[in-house]
Structure formats: C-alpha cells, structure tokens
Design a protein around this ligand. Structure first.
Ligand code: FES
Length: 200
C-alpha cells in the first residue's frame, strides 16, 4: 500500500472521528459516543507507524526518514488494512529515534530496523510525555523531573526518579515504512496514576 493510500485512510478516519466527537456534544445526536475499541488497542504486529505531530502528522514514517542520533519523534500505530489509528489513549504513544548501529545493545538491536528503535512515550515516573532529548549523551529526557533513558540500551533509566525503563516496541520493515513487529515489551505507564498531570 502506498503512502498516499495510507494517508487517505487516515483522512477518512479523521472525518469520521470528527463526526462522532461532534455528535457527542450536540443534544439530540445520540448513539455515536461509543469509542472504537480498536483505537484503544496498543500497537499490534503488522501495524505501521505514522507521525503524530506537526506538518507530517498522519504520514507513514519511512525507515530512512530520521537522522541518526537526532531528537525523537512521536508516532501512533495504524492498522494499514482498516486505516484505524490507535490513538484512543496516550498510553499508546510511541517515541521513535535512530541510533548509530555500533551503539545498540544486542537485545535492542534485535528489536530495531535500520538503526530505528521505538518505545512508549509515557514516562514511568508520573506519566509525562518524554519529549526532551539530551544532545550531549544522546538520551531521552523527561521534561517533568529530568529522568533520562538510554534508547541504545532498552531505554533503561540512566538518571532521575523513573522506576523502570520505557516499554520497548519491536520494529520491522513494511515496504520501506516503519512497521511494528510485536506488542510493547515491558510495562507501559507509571505506578501512581493519581499523580499524573494528565489525570489518567
Ligand atoms: S514524570 Fe518523568 S521524570 Fe517525573
């Protein structure tokens, strides 16, 4: 399936979601409030990853697209057959980064494709999005309490209060796009949901 076809499915999906969201707040439009459980399902094998933010939002990510050792991007998984985006919960957020192949641990290399590695984008401390990047040490950094995670080594904790590593998402090549090889490995989320600034 071409990138154009995949993007078209996302657009159709977005329109339908917009209709459902509107009917949820307009009195008299009943029966459209049931969330599609597929959007809540975590990334699945054979999904593809699409950009979740910015000008590229909705575009399927190519395996050669990211620069090595540059800041991570955020992504959602999408079922390439149905076009369903698994964006019903922020616990499904994925961070994607390209690591120089000589720096990958053996375990991490097995889950990678073309130097790309992917992890849950939700910090294991109190659930902030892991949006920052430490340029000096080439690590993810959480903006809330500065926990750091090493993407080259299973996103293990290398600084700060985070109690465990970010869950890893195995990748594979799907027709030149970044595909999902299996479900998250490890624990997604954080230990005390009541402390989350996002209320989840
Ligand atoms: S939420 Fe990430 S370090 Fe606290």
């Amino acid at each position: 399936m071409s990138n154009k076809q995949l993007k078209g499915r996302i657009k159709r999906r977005t329109v339908l979601e917009g209709i459902c969201a509107a009917s949820a707040v307009v009195p008299g439009l009943a029966g459209a409030q049931v969330p599609d459980p597929e959007t809540l399902t975590p990334p699945q094998a054979n999904d593809v990853l699409v950009h979740s933010y910015g000008d590229e939002a909705g575009n399927v990510i190519g395996i050669d697209e990211l620069d090595t050792d540059s800041k991570q991007i955020f992504a959602w998984a999408m079922d390439p057959v149905s076009g369903i985006l698994r964006n019903g919960t922020r616990l499904n957020q994925v961070v994607l980064v390209r690591v120089g192949p000589d720096r990958l641990s053996d375990e991490t290399a097995v889950r990678s494709i073309n130097g790309l590695v992917a992890y849950s984008g939700v910090c294991s401390h109190t659930g902030c999005d892991v949006t920052d990047w430490n340029d000096e040490f080439l690590r993810f950094q959480c903006p809330c309490h500065e926990s750091q995670f090493d993407p080259a080594d299973g996103a293990r904790v290398v600084g700060g209060p985070a109690p465990w590593q970010l869950a890893a998402l195995p990748l594979k090549d799907v027709d030149g796009h970044v595909g999902v090889a299996g479900e998250f490995e490890g624990r997604v989320g954080f230990p005390q949901p009541g402390l989350s600034p996002f209320g989840i």
